[in-house]
Design a protein around this ligand. Structure first.
Ligand code: AMP
Length: 491
């Protein structure tokens, strides 16, 4: 479909109906424009999962309680459309206020319960505006799937609840928060911060991350965690706290009479100067990496994922005549590792549950290339990869499990009946690499200086051998051994 900007809702409705008649699925990303990498991550995900992707750009006056905030909201339609199209969108839907709220408009969607707390209490009628416009956009675009950021966790939860309770046939998909390199959550409002305010704004991320670290270290007292969360904002001169709290992810009620637990959300809103920013983080069960690879540990740590390492002691033999594709082999081995480690855990040691991550990486060129057994093998492998394209395939299996104390109506056999699996995600990610030319002497010098016996393919892309990479298509961390881009959705 040709990439177009459409203003008229009637035209979108016709296009959407025609796509549906052709059996095409439709993904919708709703935005208020001033698009950044956070929005574009939603567009890319929608593009991966749907035939046609509509990005709506509409600064919705109904959800602003502060007219100055509305007037100051950045408006950059032409650059936004270019960015949305480059990320894979087919249609940018940019209606006018009159298109969405014609004269005499008097129907609203409102919700009690979770929408009344936090942002709903600080900004009365904000969520009524959000739900009304989202319901309209669902009606106009009739998407199969709609993508919302976890950065706005309360919005995501209430949009899911609205779609469910009003029986709107759309799957509401949550996508991880995209952050600047220092951790600040991307937001269109960040552009309004002065240099000093930008530095101060980091207090939201820092306070969330520190509080999560406290939880990971064993502090489960919700009042203490909340106080710590608030302190990080109150100690920052340019920041003024709106709210700091821990909530249940469905009701958005704070934990009363119970400790904080995995799944709860740390929620923050603060004014930096006169710009209001929000951010949140989920408390997680401990993460167990079922692999001894120091490189996987480094990648997880670099992304802020504290974890323990329990290597799997599993038989990784794959029969030569196995019917599995290379990607299926990596998934099989990743699952084997995760299941083996989970099966050996004692639930008493993990009373809050755990997440177990198994990963397997192979190199593929005409055949599966494993780790070299000796120098001659490394020489022959690196010769075979020269001047050509090969694939690096990492399979991952992430299992979320909680102790099965018998109240949950039976366990999952794969977990030995002692843990109940609450989530299980298995996938493989493929990165394609083209290597250039090199001599046998260069190979021998490299393998002697960098023993490659723990690396499929005999080289490390992050080592000096990286200079032979002429082209790389995909996630570079996948090559190093962890398909983090895709994994981050499930962690
Ligand atoms: P907005 O334009 O602020 O209304 O945001 C449009 C959509 O993008 C919402 O679903 C937001 O949750 C999502 N979004 C905004 N910032 C981010 C971010 N940093 N990471 C992921 N999603 C985001």
């Amino acid at each position: 479909m040709e990439k177009t900007i459409i203003h008229d809702p009637g035209e979108i409705r016709r296009l959407s109906a025609s796509a549906r008649r052709h059996g095409e699925s439709i993904g919708l990303v709703t935005t208020m424009g001033a698009l950044h990498e956070g929005h574009l991550s939603l567009v890319r995900r929608a593009t991966d999962e749907n035939d046609t992707v509509v990005v709506s750009i509409f600064v919705n006056p109904m959800q602003f309680d502060d007219q100055n905030d509305l007037a100051a909201y950045p408006k950059t339609l032409s650059a936004d459309a270019d960015a949305a199209f480059s990320a894979g969108a087919n249609i940018v839907f940019a209606p006018s206020v009159e298109h969405i709220y014609p004269d005499g408009f008097s129907t609203f969607v409102d919700m009690t319960g979770p929408s009344e707390r936090l942002c709903g209490s600080s900004r009365p009628s904000h969520f009524k505006g959000v739900l009304t416009v989202v319901a309209k956009l669902f009606g106009i675009c009739a998407p199969d799937r709609a993508y919302f950021g976890e950065k706005d966790a309360q919005q995501l939860a209430i949009v899911k609840k609205m779609a469910d309770e009003l029986s709107i046939p759309v799957e509401v998909v949550g996508c991880p928060t995209i952050r600047e390199a220092d951790g600040l959550a991307m937001s269109s409002r960040n552009a309004r911060l002065s240099a000093d305010e930008r530095a101060a704004a980091l207090c939201l991320y820092k306070s969330l991350a520190e509080t999560r670290t406290l939880f990971d270290a064993g502090e489960k007292d919700a009042r203490k965690l909340t106080a710590h969360l608030a302190d990080g904002i109150e100690a920052t001169p340019l920041a003024r706290l709106d709210y700091a709290t821990i909530v249940d992810p469905l009701t958005f009620e704070p934990p009363i009479g119970r400790p904080a637990r995995p799944g709860d959300l740390l929620m923050l809103a603060a004014y930096i100067g006169d710009v209001r920013l929000i951010d949140n983080m989920k408390l997680q069960a401990p993460l167990i990496l079922a692999s001894a690879s120091p490189r996987r540990t480094e990648i997880l740590a670099a992304h802020g994922h504290k974890h323990v390492v329990i290597p799997a002691d599993a038989d990784e033999t794959i029969a030569d005549d196995s019917p599995l594709t290379p990607a299926e082999v990596t998934i099989y081995l990743a699952e084997l590792k995760a299941d083996t480690v989970l099966g050996n855990l004692d639930p008493k040691d993990w009373p809050d549950g755990c997440r177990v991550l198994g990963v397997d990486t192979i190199v593929y060129k005409d055949r599966i290339i494993g780790k070299p057994v000796d120098e001659a093998d490394a020489l022959s492998i690196l010769r075979s990869l020269k001047n050509g394209v090969h694939e690096v395939i990492s399979g991952a299996c992430l299992i979320h499990a909680v102790p099965d104390n018998g109240q949950a109506g039976g366990g999952d056999d794969e977990a030995g009946g002692r843990f109940r699996v609450t989530e299980r995600h298995s996938f493989a990610d493929i990165t394609t690499i083209r290597l250039g030319d090199y001599t046998d002497e260069e190979i021998l010098a490299y393998v002697r200086a960098n023993p490659p016996y723990d690396k499929s393919g005999s080289y490390a892309i992050q080592s000096e051998w990286g200079r032979h990479v002429l082209e790389l298509c995909g996630d570079i961390e996948n090559v190093i051994g962890l398909p983090y881009q895709r994994l981050s959705t499930y962690l």
